[in-house]
Design a protein around this ligand. Structure first.
Ligand code: C2E
Ligand code: CA
Ligand code: CA
Ligand code: CA
Length: 277
């Protein structure tokens, strides 16, 4: 299937990754991007709805490709996963995130940073030790790091990923279930796993104000997270009505285009400083 790329000339396979002809070349480029400066973190703010202050940011990786422009993760993450590059990618995104966070914290912004992990990252028993080292090198307290994992991670090899999660948690890092509500085992693992936060999938949030069922799901998940002693982050907040409803229902943290789009690292401080106190 042909799909227009960001600059309108690439041929893409149905799964959204470059077609075979371009694949090897893209893979080579991705390998060198991992060594160079082309992979960058963008950050999207998360608002603490109780206090109105910025609770943290989520790191979202982009590939600033020399010919194709800014590429989004859905285009190159599957390729990185297939090529076994996810460990390097994760460490890279983590290191950047912690270094940037350190800068913002020393400028007086008491933030946390959330970093996404993939299925293969959670199968990597060396991960906790590497995270510990990075926290150390970047002088960031473990409690300021949130690691986001999706439900499919938990099903890949449950024993191994639970071991990795336990190791991360021992460091004092917080764990969040991303895209909550879209996986298959939503409820059973909540009994067993040491997670601190539920991040409700944005599909429920987008229709919050127009669809009573979506609203019911948001409210009952909020109640569930409270009863489990977890916090809840709601993503995909695209308008003031949704934000108002979430505030009223006592939601902890919100993220979405209405608050801010993801932005390059160098714009974050300006954005933070421009906010009324
Ligand atoms: P995600 O973790 O669910 O991230 C949220 C996605 O929703 C981001 O897309 C973000 O730009 C977008 N978004 C934020 N607010 C809104 C909104 O109000 N409305 C809508 N429609 N969308 C919103 P992005 O940056 O393209 O990332 C896509 C996915 O790629 C992420 O989904 C995450 O699963 C993955 N990803 C991104 N960075 C990394 C990374 O460093 N490592 C790994 N393993 N995965 C990553
Ligand atoms: Ca995420
Ligand atoms: Ca998500
Ligand atoms: Ca997602």
């Amino acid at each position: 299937a042909a799909k227009r790329g960001r600059r309108g000339y690439e041929v893409w396979a149905p799964d959204g990754t470059p077609a075979t002809r371009d694949r090897l070349q893209t893979l080579e480029q991705l390998r060198s991007a991992l060594d160079g400066e082309e992979l960058v973190n963008h950050y999207q703010p998360q608002l603490d709805l109780r206090t109105g202050s910025v609770a943290g940011v989520e790191a979202l990786v982009r590939w600033d490709h020399p010919d194709r422009g800014l590429l989004y993760p859905d285009v190159f993450l599957p390729l990185a996963e297939q090529a076994g590059l996810m460990r390097r990618l994760a460490l890279r995104v983590l290191e950047r995130s912690l270094r940037d966070l350190h800068t913002w914290r020393t400028q007086g912004h008491d933030l946390s940073v959330a970093v996404n992990l993939s299925v293969s990252n959670l199968q990597d028993v060396a991960l906790p030790e590497q995270v510990e080292m990075l926290l150390d090198t970047c002088s960031v307290p473990a409690s300021s790091l949130v690691l986001e994992i999706t439900e499919d991670v938990l099903m890949a090899d449950a024993a191994r990923s639970q071991q990795v999660m336990a190791g991360l948690r021992r460091l004092g890092v917080r764990l969040s279930v991303d895209d909550y509500g879209t996986g298959y085992s939503s409820l059973s693992y909540l009994r067993a796993l040491p997670v601190d936060e539920l991040k409700l999938d944005r599909s429920f949030v987008t229709h919050l104000t127009s669809d009573p069922r979506a609203a019911a799901i948001v409210r009952s998940t909020l109640q569930l997270s409270r009863d489990l002693g977890m916090s809840m982050v709601v993503e995909g907040v695209e308008d003031a009505d949704a934000l108002g409803a979430l505030c009223e229902w006592g939601c902890d943290v919100a993220q979405g285009y209405h608050i801010s789009r993801p932005m390059p690292a160098e714009r974050v401080l300006g954005w933070l400083n421009a906010r009324p106190l």
